[in-house]
Each structure stands twice: as C-alpha cells, then as structure tokens.
Design a binder for this molecule. Structure first.
Ligand code: PCA
Length: 330
C-alpha cells in the first residue's frame, strides 16, 4: 500500500514537474501587454486597434498578446499617456492634441483650417512626425501609428450662422485648441471626454460642441442636438504609443511583427476614416439631423479665430514649430 502510494505520488510529482516546466517555458515565451484606449468598441479607431492586435497575434504565433481596454474603462483618457510612460500599461491610444499644453508640437493637427482634408492632413502628419517622434522619445515612448478623425464640424441645437452666435453657449471641448476656440468666441468651455459626451448633453452640462460626424454617431448626437455644420475645420489624430522599455524587451521577430502590423493599421485607419466621414455624415441626416454647410459668415468668422490661434501657436512653438510649418508648406 505504502509502496503503491509512494509510487503514485512520485509519478504525480514527476508529471507535475514536467507540466510546471512546460508552462513556465510557455509563460516565459509569451508576453502580454495591456492597452488602454479612450473610445468605444464600435468606433472606427477601436475597430482598427482590434484588427492590429489580431495581426500582431497572428504574426507572432500568439507570443505577443495585447489586451484591449476600450472607452477609458481601465485608464481614463487624460491618464493614458502617463500610464504608458510608467509602463503600468505597455501600449495605449490617445488623441495626441489632448496633450498640447505639454508641447505645442502635440497640438499642430488641431489648428483650425491649417489642414482641412485628408491629403493636407497626411502632409501635416509627415511634417510633424520627426518632431513628434522626438518629443515622444524624450518621454520614453515609441510612436506606432497615427490615424485622423474625420474633419471637424459644429453640433448645436439650432443653426449657428456666425461665430458670435456661439457666445454664452455651454460648449463641450476635448483639447486645448477647442478650449481656445470657445474662449475666443465667448462660449463657456467644459472639457468632456467622448465616453462622457452623451451624459454631458443629456444632463444639460453642455449644449454645443465641435467634433467629427464619427463621434456624432458614436454618441447618438441626434438625441441632443438638431444641426450639424459641416465646417471641415481640421482633422485631429489619435496616436498609438508603446513604452520604449517594453518595446526593447521584445525579440527582433516580435519587433518586426509589431511594426509591420502598425504600418498596416495606419494605412487601414486612414482609409476607414475617409469612409466614415461619408457614412457617418449620412447617418446624421438619416437620424433626422439637419446637415448644413457653414454660412459664408460663419466660415469667415471661424477662419479669423483660426488665424488668431495659428499666431498663438507659432509664438509658443518656437524654432521647431517654425521648421514644422515650413516642412508642411513646402
Ligand atoms: N472625436 C473625439 C476627438 C475628435 C473627434 O472627432 C472627441 O470628440 O472627443
């Protein structure tokens, strides 16, 4: 009995040890990254991230797993960049212009009317990229890919025919540039993340905003406002960033897989953004919103505000900003 028992436990011990070694081996060979992102699952940026994660999984045969936490569920948007810097999250997505107060370089994509279509936005990204990568590298971050939102328009309860009509409105902002616009026109700025946008409108905390038709659809803006002004003022971009130490810890093959998937995600994301501009604008109309082109007066007033914001940006951004704009305008 004793012998039998002893033999059994020895065999079990050997089996357990074998399994332990096998699992430990697998665990050592597999890396899991945490990826907080700000926008909801149905959003085109998030869908693009999900496809990116699947590509990475496939190209590394499951060795690099990325766990997505969308809609600010794990880390709130304003904290995502810091979380990736610290390495509490290895990878994350942010609207880069949210951080324009840290460096004007981060905010160049949100200067009104500097780049208003996809071709111009692409050119601006190319001009910004070396400066952006350097700023991020200073913070221990690697840029993986960057995708624009559709061009930005004004959502309001009635048609706004001039910038003066925004005066006194409770105006939802999402970055320093939209705060600056609100201040310029005498609106009352309130910073609200997209994740909280519907609540902010439904409770009356805000009554107008500038954002994309994509966000308009994500947040079902037709429940709160009636008019979308297709001003096409700028295309703000999201970036997906990685903690440099986490990146450096990958094998050469994994790095290659990650960078290739990122390249594909960037191309796919730009194409999706352009498609969404059309389909989401249509969806606003289908949901009984009035979609209008800006009146000449609104456009002129908005452009004047844009010109003042451009001047302020140039004054703040120094030699790097000047070089960036020269590269863009070349
Ligand atoms: N949607 C995001 C940022 C820009 C956009 O189109 C938002 O409204 O928060």
């Amino acid at each position: 009995m004793r012998t039998f028992k002893g033999g059994r436990s020895a065999a079990a011990a050997i089996l357990a040890a074998t399994l332990f070694v096998a699992f430990a081996g697998a665990a050592a060979a597999q890396t899991t990254w945490t990826m907080p992102t700000p926008y909801p699952d149905g959003n085109f940026h998030t869908k693009n991230d999900i496809a990116f994660i699947a590509d990475v999984d496939k190209a590394t045969s499951g060795k690099l797993k990325i766990e997505l936490h969308s809609n600010g569920s794990l880390v709130k948007h304003p904290e995502i960049k810091a979380a990736v810097r610290r390495g509490t999250a290895q990878i994350g997505e942010i609207l880069i212009s949210l951080h324009a107060n840290e460096s004007p370089i981060f905010g160049v994509d949100s200067i009104p009317f500097l780049a208003t279509g996809y071709d111009a936005a692409k050119k601006l990204y190319a001009a910004q990229k070396p400066f952006l990568e350097k700023k991020l590298a200073d913070e221990g971050l690697v840029l993986l890919y960057s995708v624009p939102w559709p061009p930005q328009g004004i959502f309001a309860r009635k048609e706004i025919k001039s910038m003066e009509e925004l005066k006194g409105l409770k105006f939802r902002t999402y970055n320093p540039a939209t705060q600056a616009i609100a201040k310029e026109v005498g609106a009352i700025p309130t910073q609200v993340e997209q994740a909280d946008l519907a609540t902010a409108f439904s409770t009356g905390r805000v009554e107008a905003t500038i954002t994309s038709p994509a966000t308009g659809v994500d947040s079902k803006m037709w429940d709160f406002v009636t008019v979308y002004h297709d001003t096409q003022a700028w295309l703000p971009r999201n970036v997906v960033i990685v903690n440099k130490a986490a990146f450096d810890a990958l094998s050469a093959d994994e790095k290659k897989a990650l960078l290739e998937a990122a390249k594909a995600a960037e191309a796919r994301g730009w194409a999706a953004s352009a498609d969404i501009t059309v389909s989401a604008t249509k969806a606003l109309a289908d949901n009984k919103m009035t979609v209008v082109a800006p009146t000449p007066e609104l456009k002129k007033g908005f452009e004047q505000v844009g010109a003042r914001i451009t001047e302020e940006w140039v004054a703040k951004a120094g030699p790097d900003g000047k070089a960036l704009l020269e590269a863009y305008r070349k």
